[in-house]
Write a protein that binds this ligand. Structure first.
Ligand SMILES: [Zn+2]
Ligand SMILES: [Zn+2]
Length: 703
C-alpha cells in the first residue's frame, strides 16, 4: 500500500469513528419505528402524551376557574395534544386536493389556448376572450372535433360538420380510462352541443367499427332524433346493432347500410352530400368519407393503412384519384396514430398468417392458443386457414371475440373453412394436437380469457406445459406491465409463449401488423390527395404536431393551411377555401364504469382521495337527556390504519371524544357545528400521528 492510499484509509476510518454514534442512533431509531412510532418511547408524541396529561389537568382547572368569556375559546381546544400546527395540516390538505384534482381532471377540456406553431394564429398567443368573441363567418362550413384530438390516449373520435344550421356527425367513439381513474372503465364525449341542436343533425356517419369510433353509440345514439339516418358499411352497422341490442330498451333506429365500392353519393341534407371510400385497416368494412359542401370537398381519412399485397380488396385508390382529379380535395382530415413510426409498413398480413402456420408446425404436439384483438377478423381468417390446413379445429373464447365473429359471419366478412369451428365444450374432447383456440386477453387484461386460463378460473382450459400461446398483437402503450404479468403467469405454468416482436428469441415472427399507416405511407398518401388545407386528427397532441410537420416540411403545404385543433375548437372553412380557428363550443367527457353506469367526477375524486389517504368513521351515541356518551365511540378505519395496530392512537381519539362531548353539554352547540368541530380536530390528530388526512366522517346518534 503506498503512502497516499494509507493516508486516505486512515482519514476514512477517522471519519467513520466520528460518525459511528450517529449511525448507531439512526439505526436504533429505525428499529423502533413502527406505524405509531410517535407514541413509542423517545417518539415525539411521548412528550405529547405527558403534555396531554398536563393539559387535562389544566383544562379541568380552567373549567373551574376561567371566567365565562373565555369558556368558548377553551372549548375549541379540548385536549388535542398535537405537535403539528393546524397550518401544516391545512397545507397538506391543500396539496392533496390539488393532486387529486389534477389526477381526476386529466380528461377535462377547459378552454385551451393552444400556442403551437399550427394553432391557426401563426403560433401567437390568443386569449380565451378573443377566441370567444370572434364573430362567425355565416358563409363558412364549420368543422368541430367533439373528441379525438389532443387528448390523453387515442379514442372518443367524433367530428361535426356544420353549415347554416345543418349538421352531420362522423363517428361516436369511446376512450378507455387509464388507471388514474379508479372504477372508471371508459369515457364518451359530452354532446350537449348536439343535444341542443338535435333537429339540425341530418345524418350520422361511421367510418368503421373500432370502439374508438363506435364505442359511445349505446349512450349517444338514443339522444338523437330516432329518424336521423345512420350510415355505415354492413359490418360497422352490424357491430353498432350488436352494441345497441345490449340496452334494456333497444331503440329502433334508421340504419342505412352502405357498400363503398358502389361509389354512391348520398345527399343527406340540402347542402351536404357524402360518399364512402373503401380503405384498408385492421377491421372489415373500413372507410374514409368524402363530404361535399357548398365551400368545397372535405376528405375524412378514417383509420387506414397501406399494403402492397392486401388480403381482400385493395384501398379504392382509383376512386380517390378520380375525385382528386375531377374536383380536388380542399380540406383533408388525416389520422395521426402511427406518424412516429418511420418508413413504410414493413410486411403484409399474409406474412403474419404464414408465421402463425410456422408456429403450428414447430409446436405441433400441443394445443395452440392465439390471442389477438377481437376485431381483427382478417387475422382470425388467416388463423382458421392455417389451422384447417393442419387438421386443427378452432374454438373462440372471450365475449367480444364471439360477438365480433358472429357479426363477421352474418355480414360475410370472414371466410371460414368447412368443419373447422367448434364449440369450446366440444373442442376440449379432442387430442391436444387437434386444438386451436383464438381468444382475447392479449393486453393482459385481468379478467380476460388468457389470465383466467392461467389461474384456472376458465371453465374449460387450464394452461399446461405442452401449450403454446401466441401473442398476435402488440401491447397498447400503458398495458405493458399487464402483458408482462400474463406472460410470466403462462411461463410459470411451463407453457411456450411466442410474442410478436421477439423473433430473435423464438425465430418466429412477425406475428402482428398495425392497422395504421407509417410515416412514409402518410407522405405518399397525402401527396396523392394533394389537399389545399390539412387538419391532423385521431391522435394525442404530439402526434398531431408531427403529422402537421410532415405536411408542412415534407409535402410542402403552407403553414397557414394547417391547423392543429383541440376538442371543441371551431374550424371555419370559408368560401375562398381558407381555414381558420374561430370560436369554441363547450365539450367534455362522461365517465362510465364496467357495468355501463355513469360515474360522477366527485366519486372519482373521493376514490382517489381514499386510495391515497383512507377513510375514518366515528360513530358517537349520545344520551338525549344528559348529552353524555352512552357507550364507547365506534371507530371504523378503512384503507387508512389497521386499528388493531393502533391502540394508542385510538385511545387518544376516544379520550378526545369523551372530553369533547362532555364539554358540548354545557354549551349545547348545534349537531352540525359539533360534527364539523370533531371532524376538524380528529383530522388534525390523525395528521399529527400519521402525516395523512383521511376522509373523516363523524356520525352522531342521540338516544
Ligand atoms: Zn380503427
Ligand atoms: Zn381509430
Amino acid at each position: 500500500m503506498n503512502k497516499q492510499e494509507e493516508e486516505r484509509r486512515s482519514r476514512l476510518l477517522k471519519m467513520r469513528a466520528e460518525r459511528l454514534p450517529d449511525i448507531k442512533k439512526q439505526f436504533e431509531e429505525a428499529q423502533n419505528r413502527n406505524f405509531n412510532s410517535n407514541f413509542a418511547p423517545g417518539g415525539k408524541d411521548e412528550k405529547l402524551l405527558k403534555k396531554s396529561k398536563a393539559v387535562k389537568k389544566t383544562t379541568k382547572k380552567a373549567v373551574k376557574e376561567t371566567p365565562k368569556k373565555n369558556e368558548e375559546k377553551d372549548l375549541r381546544k379540548v385536549n388535542l395534544s398535537v405537535s403539528t400546527k393546524k397550518g401544516e395540516m391545512v397545507h397538506h390538505q391543500k396539496m392533496l386536493s390539488q393532486d387529486v384534482n389534477a389526477q381526476a381532471t386529466q380528461h377535462i377540456i377547459g378552454l385551451p389556448v393552444n400556442k403551437s406553431r399550427y394553432n391557426g394564429f401563426k403560433g401567437t398567443q390568443v386569449t380565451n376572450a378573443q377566441i370567444k368573441s370572434a364573430r362567425p363567418d355565416p358563409e363558412a362550413v364549420r368543422i368541430i372535433p367533439i373528441g379525438g384530438v389532443g387528448e390523453f390516449g387515442i379514442g372518443k373520435n367524433m367530428t361535426v360538420v356544420e353549415y347554416k344550421g345543418e349538421m352531420i356527425v362522423i363517428d361516436m367513439g369511446s376512450l378507455f380510462a387509464s388507471e388514474d381513474y379508479p372504477g372508471v372503465n371508459y369515457m364518451v364525449p359530452d354532446i350537449k352541443y348536439l343535444e341542443d341542436n338535435r333537429d339540425n343533425v341530418k345524418a350520422i356517419l361511421f367510418t368503421h367499427a373500432h370502439l374508438d369510433h363506435i364505442g359511445a353509440c349505446r349512450h349517444l345514439l338514443p339522444k338523437f332524433n330516432l329518424l336521423t339516418p345512420i350510415y355505415g358499411t354492413d359490418f360497422t352497422i352490424g357491430m353498432i346493432k350488436k352494441q345497441m341490442s345490449e340496452l334494456e330498451d333497444v331503440p329502433e333506429l334508421n340504419y342505412q347500410v352502405v357498400d363503398p365500392l358502389k361509389h354512391e353519393k348520398f345527399q343527406v341534407s340540402e347542402h351536404f352530400s357524402v360518399e364512402f371510400i373503401h380503405v384498408l385497416h385492421s377491421i372489415p368494412g373500413s372507410t374514409a368519407i368524402v363530404v361535399r359542401t357548398p365551400n368545397g370537398t372535405i376528405y375524412f381519412s378514417g383509420d387506414w393503412r397501406h399494403e402492397e399485397n392486401p388480403m381482400g380488396v385493395q384501398t379504392d385508390y382509383e376512386r380517390i384519384d378520380e375525385i382528386v382529379k375531377t374536383e380536388g380535395i380542399d380540406l383533408m382530415l388525416n389520422e395521426s396514430t402511427n406518424i412516429d413510426s418511420p418508413g413504410h409498413h414493413p410486411h403484409s398480413e399474409y406474412d403474419v398468417g404464414e408465421n402463425l402456420g410456422k408456429v403450428m408446425d414447430n409446436y405441433a404436439g400441443g394445443r395452440i392458443i392465439v390471442s389477438c384483438f377481437s376485431s381483427q377478423i382478417g387475422r382470425i381468417e388467416l388463423i382458421l386457414k392455417e389451422a384447417a390446413a393442419r387438421g386443427r379445429k378452432v374454438a373462440f373464447s372471450g365475449f367480444s371475440m364471439i360477438n365480433n365473429i358472429e357479426v363477421a359471419l352474418r355480414t360475410k366478412s370472414v371466410k371460414v373453412p368447412k368443419d373447422t369451428i367448434m364449440k369450446m365444450e366440444d373442442i376440449i374432447k379432442l387430442p391436444d394436437e387437434k386444438v386451436c383456440i383464438i381468444c382475447t386477453g392479449s393486453q393482459g387484461e385481468m379478467n380476460a380469457v388468457l389470465n383466467r386460463m392461467v389461474t384456472g378460473a376458465h371453465k374449460y382450459i387450464k394452461i399446461k406445459s405442452t401449450d403454446t400461446i401466441v401473442f398476435s398483437s402488440n401491447p397498447i402503450p400503458g398495458n405493458e406491465p399487464h402483458v408482462v404479468s400474463t406472460v410470466d403467469g403462462l411461463l410459470r405454468e411451463g407453457a411456450s409463449v411466442i410474442q410478436n416482436g421477439k423473433s430473435h428469441i423464438t425465430n418466429l415472427g412477425p406475428l402482428h401488423l398495425s392497422g395504421h399507416a407509417y410515416f412514409e405511407d402518410h407522405v405518399d398518401f397525402v401527396t396523392r390527395i394533394h389537399p389545399k388545407n390539412y387538419l391532423p386528427y385521431h391522435g394525442e397532441f404530439y402526434m398531431l404536431q408531427h403529422n402537421a410537420e410532415m405536411a408542412e416540411n415534407v409535402i410542402g403545404i403552407p403553414r397557414e393551411n394547417i391547423i392543429i385543433s383541440d376538442d371543441g375548437d371551431i374550424i371555419e372553412f370559408s368560401k375562398d377555401k381558407k381555414i381558420r380557428k374561430h370560436g369554441r363550443i363547450s365539450v367534455g367527457n362522461k365517465l362510465y364504469d364496467d357495468a355501463d353506469q355513469p360515474v360522477h367526477e366527485a366519486v372519482v375524486k373521493d376514490r382517489i382521495h381514499i386510495s391515497r389517504e383512507g377513510i375514518f368513521i366515528i360513530v358517537l351515541t349520545l344520551s338525549k337527556k344528559t348529552g353524555h356518551l352512552v357507550k364507547t365511540p365506534d371507530i371504523v378505519s378503512r384503507a387508512f390504519i389497521y386499528l388493531d395496530n393502533s391502540e394508542e392512537l385510538i385511545g387518544k381519539i376516544r379520550h378526545y371524544l369523551r372530553q369533547k362531548t362532555d364539554k358540548s353539554i354545557s354549551t349545547d352547540p348545534e349537531l352540525k357545528v359539533l360534527k364539523e368541530e370533531i371532524k376538524e380536530d380528529i383530522t388534525h390528530i390523525l395528521f399529527d400521528a400519521t402525516g395523512h388526512t383521511p376522509i373523516v366522517i363523524p356520525v352522531i346518534n342521540k338516544v
